[in-house]
Design a protein around this ligand. Structure first.
Ligand SMILES: *Cc1c(COP(=O)(O)O)cnc(C)c1O
Length: 432
């Protein structure tokens, strides 16, 4: 039931996260409430940093993919723990800079960056821009030239690997909006183009094959394709890459049946494969960057809700209606993604019911899960939905003009607010 070691049942029978009673959190900050175990986030960040330092060439390190969960506090944690940062919009870049993140440690991504965003990134001094393709390279070159800067750039390429995950988040295969494909020869042609541009310093290559990767296999395949590509580029152009960015995609265990992946072991395996390939090609090993997002924050987050009513539908389904839903966590509505849940008030009791967790939006698809095992629910109970640290707050909306929930961080047995609750005035603040 409690498949994460940071979740416990305390003496009162309540769910505790990082040693803090979730009912106290719900009382203090209200519901819905995102709760993040900051100790766990920092530990996970440290694990990736240490594994890459140990198993990859000097200078290799993880960049936290801030799209998984972006707020100033997260940027500060990433900075403290020695990570770089991956941002994909002016909003994420602004947040990082406002949090004091060193722009030199930021990589700016995105498949449809606007001129304004590219200009903002260059002027801010971001260390790397990952150019999504030829047109964007030319645009970066022009803008960098106008600003009198020589911008360091990674070229995003598509290795054509299907990591067998959700189709909707699978970016590694060829028929996708991201990058320039290697198998068709486009990636090489665009590389040649990049090498001829005066205001661009091609620092290396980026690829990202998907998400929810539980084993080293897909990353090893990625390493094989990318090392072969870099060797081919050197043979054709004489260019040697200084950076190889392998993207993110480390899985999180969402359900009891999932085994949390051994990230350090995966990184070691990738490091060994890369070393072998560089030796085979006689290629000076580039610095490796990876971009874990979900793998850092997913398991560290839970969301607390209050049960508004419990309804037994004629078909037999038991609907447990919560004071949140797709507005704060669209993952079930978007991907059918499953989360475990608990009645926090009686977390130690048997989860004898199979319920439908219903959200509050006027939308029958607004569910947080179906056939979710739960303790017998009562109106007024606090329900904890687990593993909600990634792609929930960052994907939240104000549908039905619901204010977005606040986020509390738990560290060393104490809680503090890191994002305050929106108000109805906040939501209406832009209306003229
Ligand atoms: C989404 C994304 C990531 C992070 O993916 P996770 O599955 O959360 O690790 C990293 N890099 C790029 C370019 C991405 O688009």
């Amino acid at each position: 039931m409690l498949h994460q070691q940071n979740l416990t049942v305390n003496a009162a029978g309540h769910l505790a996260v990082g040693g803090v009673d979730t009912l106290d959190l719900a009382r203090e900050y209200g519901t819905p409430l995102y709760v993040l175990d900051e100790d766990m986030v920092r530990e996970r960040m440290g694990l990736y940093v240490a594994a890459m330092r140990e198993h990859m060439p000097a200078g290799s390190r993880p960049y936290y993919a801030s799209k998984a969960l972006c707020c100033k506090a997260l940027c500060r944690m990433a900075r403290d723990e020695g990570m770089g940062l991956d941002v994909v919009s002016a909003g994420e870049l602004y947040t990082a800079l406002a949090a004091g993140f060193d722009p030199a440690d930021i990589c700016f991504h995105g498949n449809a960056k606007t001129e304004a965003e590219i200009g903002y990134a260059i002027e801010s001094g971001v260390g790397l821009i990952a150019a999504d393709g030829e047109e964007e390279l030319l645009r970066i070159d022009t803008l960098a030239g106008a600003l009198g800067v020589r911008q360091r750039v990674l070229l995003r390429v598509t290795p054509g690997i299907d990591p067998h995950t959700f189709a909707a988040v699978n970016t590694g295969v060829l028929d996708v909006k991201f990058g320039e494909p290697i198998p068709t020869g486009r990636a090489l042609a665009v590389t040649e183009r990049a090498l001829g541009l005066g205001n661009i310093d091609l620092a290396g290559f980026h690829c990202h094959i998907g998400s929810q990767i539980f084993e080293a296999g897909p990353f090893l395949l990625e390493a094989d394709v990318m090392t072969a590509f870099l060797a081919q580029v050197r043979e054709k152009t004489g260019y040697t890459a200084g950076i190889l960015n392998l993207g993110g995609g480390f899985a999180a265990a969402y359900e009891e049946s999932d085994t949390a992946p051994d990230c350090a072991g995966m990184i070691r395996a990738v490091g060994e494969r890369l070393a072998a390939k560089w030796a085979e090609y006689g290629y000076p090993a580039p610095v490796v960057l990876m971009e874990p997002g979900r793998g850092i924050v997913a398991a560290a987050g839970i969301t607390l809700y209050t049960v508004q009513n419990v309804k037994h539908a004629p078909g037999g389904a038991c609907y447990v209606a919560l004071d949140g839903g797709m507005g704060d966590n669209p993952r079930y509505a978007l991907y059918g993604a499953r989360h475990s849940a608990l009645v926090a008030d009686r977390a130690g009791e048997e989860q004898s019911r199979a319920v439908t967790l219903a959200g509050r939006c006027c939308e029958s698809g607004d569910l947080l899960g179906e056939n979710v095992a739960l303790q017998r629910p009562r109106t007024g109970d606090t329900v904890a939905v687990l593993t909600t640290g990634a792609y929930t707050y960052s994907m939240a909306s104000n549908y039905n003009r619901a204010p977005r929930p606040p986020m509390a961080a738990v560290r060393g047995g104490r809680a503090r607010l890191i994002v305050r609750r929106e108000t109805a005035e906040d939501v209406a603040a832009y209306d003229l």
